[in-house]
Design a protein around this ligand. Structure first.
Ligand code: BGC
Length: 506
């Protein structure tokens, strides 16, 4: 930045230099000498400098509320660790916010699985149907064919019957398209919402998350709802073998390649983790032998207020404006569905204070959901010049100056950085628990990961990994990207379940 001042460097001007440098240490301000300035000019300059400094101060204050200290993060890890325990214990489980749901998935694939399977994947904005062909033996492989179907908002938020009829309509289209309508294939249903399971093919929806709110589904068995919708259509039959959370599918898919993979992480539209827990620690399920995969549903962490000390007023606004206020508080600070909304709330506040967009709150800025994760990822990309950031903002209908674009980028950075740190602190608690379970000094473990935030954001994955390393120094964690965990994983779990079932029958 350049400021013009009168050429005699009076004592006043020297003081002005000092004041400006002290107040805005991050800005490299050069003073240009003016031939025709006056005392009035210097006063104006001082006023401008003070205004800039005070604006900067206000922006810094807002962003400071997103900066977490080492102490804050250690505390998050410790609290998450405690909540994992509450969810596993019979006594504390009913009120636990981290639900720790047993999945009845007790083993990873051993390579002998084979056959043709159907997979359904419901949990994001799209619904997918897949045909998965698994080959065993030396030439073991998984081949997949899939079709993506959009789920219109009115269906996501309509009645349960409408939602499941739509799903079955999509399945019919797919079977027709693949020419396999008559084949009664075993099916794995990836349903990425909290489900209380009593067996691998039964799952009662605890509550919708993310953008879903179809009526008459909560408290109902989603497999029954699917079977009923198939019956209503009366066109084909399916053998529904397993209902699977996306974290579990991700862990299984990576476990197929690396037997050390005992944790599945999703950092995408939603946020969640599953891991293999020793049966003796799962009080709500009979039996002490072996392991079972637990779907933690850690998105609900903090719903009892235990992380309120680090929630900002923007987090509260996003929560209040969401479909499920008071619920999934940790998810709302860490996942793609909400990060853009947090950014939007901050931008509105900055604009109200005259610090952005010339103080004008446009209609666009008032629109909920305009900031999708993909924009956050683009804006934060190091390869993107500021002019391109302005173009993105323009695409979003936000007319920005160069200074505005710098501020928007800073806001996005603060919000996504905090998300990655929080997610890392949570994961540190899970790997530490695994280490303690095994009773070892040092644990080597693989985490299977999926989700757009982890895969596409330019900094999220690095910050998350750094955090885990820092907070769980005794664990050597390898992160393995899952290729289509939801589709492949459900098929693998179905294959394992089928294999075990046939062993049981013989
Ligand atoms: C759901 C989880 C899911 C996660 C990631 C959350 O909103 O509650 O079941 O695993 O999103 O898709």
């Amino acid at each position: 930045m350049e400021l013009c001042i009168k050429h005699t460097l009076s004592k006043y001007a020297k003081r002005l230099h000092k004041v400006v440098r002290r107040l805005v240490p991050n800005c490299d301000v050069r003073f240009l000498l003016s031939e025709s300035g006056s005392g009035k000019g210097a006063a104006m300059v001082t006023a401008v400098a003070y205004r800039l400094a005070s604006q900067r101060k206000q922006i810094d204050e807002i962003l400071a509320s997103f900066k977490l200290s080492k102490e804050n993060l250690r505390e998050v890890k410790t609290k998450m660790r405690a909540e994992l325990e509450y969810g596993l214990k019979k006594e504390t489980q009913p009120n636990a916010t981290v639900k720790m749901l047993p999945t009845y998935v007790c083993g990873t694939p051993d390579g002998t699985e084979k056959g043709k399977f159907l997979s359904l994947d419901l949990g994001g904005t799209n619904f997918r149907v897949l045909l998965v062909k698994i080959r065993s033996g030396r030439r073991k492989s998984v081949r997949m064919y899939n079709k993506i179907f959009a789920i219109p908002l009115e269906i996501m938020q309509g009645t349960g019957e409408e939602l499941f009829d739509h799903i079955v309509q999509c399945i019919a289209d797919f079977l027709e398209y693949m020419g396999i309508k008559g084949a009664r294939l075993p099916l794995g249903f990836t349903f990425s919402f909290p489900c209380r399971q009593a067996s691998i093919d039964k799952g009662t929806l605890v509550g919708w998350t993310k953008g879903f709110k179809a009526t008459d589904c909560e408290g109902e068995d989603v497999v029954d709802m699917l079977r009923e919708a198939i019956k209503r259509r009366n066109e084909f039959d399916l053998d529904i073998v397993a209902v699977v959370n996306d974290t579990v599918g991700t862990m299984m898919t990576c476990g197929y390649e690396d037997p050390n993979c005992e944790i599945g992480l999703i950092a995408g539209t939603g946020s969640n983790v599953c891991y293999m827990e020793d049966m003796k620690n799962i009080e709500v399920v009979e039996g002490n032998e072996g392991k079972m995969c637990i779907n933690t549903e850690w998105g609900g962490f903090g719903d009892n207020g235990c992380i309120d000390n680090i929630r900002t007023k923007y987090d509260k606004e996003v929560d209040e404006g969401s479909l499920n206020p008071g619920k999934q508080r940790y998810e709302k600070m860490t996942s793609g569905m909400y990060l853009g909304e947090i950014v939007r709330q901050i931008l509105i506040d900055l604009t109200k204070h005259g610090l952005l967009f010339r103080g004008q709150i446009s209609e666009t800025l008032r629109t909920r959901g305009i900031f999708e994760t993909k924009f956050l990822s683009q804006i934060e990309s190091d390869r993107l010049a500021l002019l391109q950031v302005r173009r993105i903002l323009q695409q979003l209908g936000l007319d920005s100056t160069c200074d505005d674009s710098i501020i928007v980028k800073e806001v996005c950075g603060a919000v996504s950085r905090r998300a990655a740190q929080l997610c890392g602190a949570g994961l540190a608690a899970v790997v530490e628990k695994k280490r303690e379970n095994r009773g070892v000094e040092h644990l080597k473990i693989t985490v299977g990961v999926d989700g757009t935030l982890y895969k596409l954001h330019p900094h999220f994955s690095r910050i998350l990994r750094e955090m885990v390393k820092e907070l769980a120094p005794q664990c050597d964690v390898t992160f393995m990207l899952s290729e289509d965990g939801s589709g492949k994983g459900a098929a693998l779990i179905t294959a394992v379940a089928k294999r075990l079932h046939s062993i049981g029958e013989n």
